[in-house]
Design a binder for this molecule. Structure first.
Ligand SMILES: Nc1ncnc2c1ncn2[C@@H]1O[C@H](COP(=O)(O)OP(=O)(O)O)[C@@H](O)[C@H]1O
Ligand SMILES: [Mg+2]
Length: 270
């Protein structure tokens, strides 16, 4: 069962975030434990995206505390979060359509040529980026992307999503956060992204998955964080609660006493 002593990889305590008079987060708590997939579910406007944007450095909370491996952090930018090993695939995909796959993979982290060409003239090592991008996609089991120098705008929704997830998986050393990664995808493409999430977890990388899709959540999640009205209503597991019950928690029809929640880790870290 749960070992309450495990230190969360990510933790948020009483996070508050307002946008003028709109309350995005109203004292939200969250913990992500080593080696787990934590699903975050909730109605539209419940504060799911706002919550994870705090951890990806896109938002700075007005109040509350954020910790990474038990250490207090204060992210001022997405660069700060990335430097801490947290990679996010945002709900609105941040890919550059005119750039090719390898350029997208290395956007903001381009590899320069060695020697004076790279250090003085800032020449990019495109060959190396292409080769490594192809290796990364292959390692992640994304075999459908044929041509690594194909502009991303020519890819299908699923392939674009795969590139965004691949980028996160390539550079996220501690945590991968995916905000509705399968919302725009077909059945096969969704299955591929779900498999990728399982692979990441099996490699020891914890994942936060925001999703509306209950069957997908129940397929991959170790724990399910239910967000409601800007805070966490409960954390349960696919074993402790079924889909109608999770939906009932989302709507407020069901409340779960703390003793029946999965507040601690349920999975042995890899
Ligand atoms: N940049 C923003 N400006 C104003 N209001 C926002 C902004 N981002 C989110 N909100 C508001 O905060 C609340 C939570 O939004 P969000 O976190 O996107 O919810 P979810 O992802 O659960 O659908 C909503 O009422 C939303 O309209
Ligand atoms: Mg959202």
């Amino acid at each position: 069962m749960s070992t309450a002593s495990a230190t969360p990889i990510l933790q948020g305590r009483n996070l508050v975030k307002t946008f003028g008079r709109v309350v995005g987060l109203d004292g939200a708590n969250i913990e992500l434990y080593p080696g787990e997939v934590l699903a975050v579910v909730g109605d539209n406007g419940a504060g799911k995206s706002t919550l994870i944007k705090c951890f990806s450095g896109a938002h700075s909370p007005d109040q509350g505390e954020m910790l990474v491996n038990g250490e207090s952090v204060n992210f001022r930018s997405t660069q700060d979060a990335r430097a801490s090993g947290i990679e996010t695939v945002f709900q609105t995909l941040a890919v550059a359509p005119a750039l090719d796959i390898s350029e997208n993979l290395y956007l903001g982290r381009e590899i320069r040529k060695s020697g004076p060409l790279g250090t003085i003239f800032r020449t990019l090592d495109k060959k190396r980026m292409r080769r490594e991008a192809a290796d990364h996609l292959k390692a992640l089991g994304i075999g459908t992307v044929q041509n690594i120098s194909q502009p991303v705008e020519t890819l299908s929704g699923g392939q674009r999503q795969a590139v965004a997830v691949a980028r996160a998986a390539t550079f996220g050393s501690k945590v991968i956060i995916l905000d509705e990664p399968t919302a725009a995808l077909g059945v096969n493409e969704s299955a591929r992204v779900l498999q990728l999430i399982k692979d990441l977890r099996d490699r020891g990388l914890p994942v936060i998955l925001i999703s509306h899709n209950m069957p997908q959540v129940f397929e991959v999640a170790d724990r399910i964080h239910v967000q409601r009205l800007g805070k966490r209503a409960a954390v349960v597991t696919p074993k402790s609660h079924d889909m109608p019950e999770v939906v009932a928690i989302m709507t407020g029809a069901l409340t779960v006493p703390e003793k029946d929640q999965a507040l601690g880790p349920v999975r042995k870290a890899a």
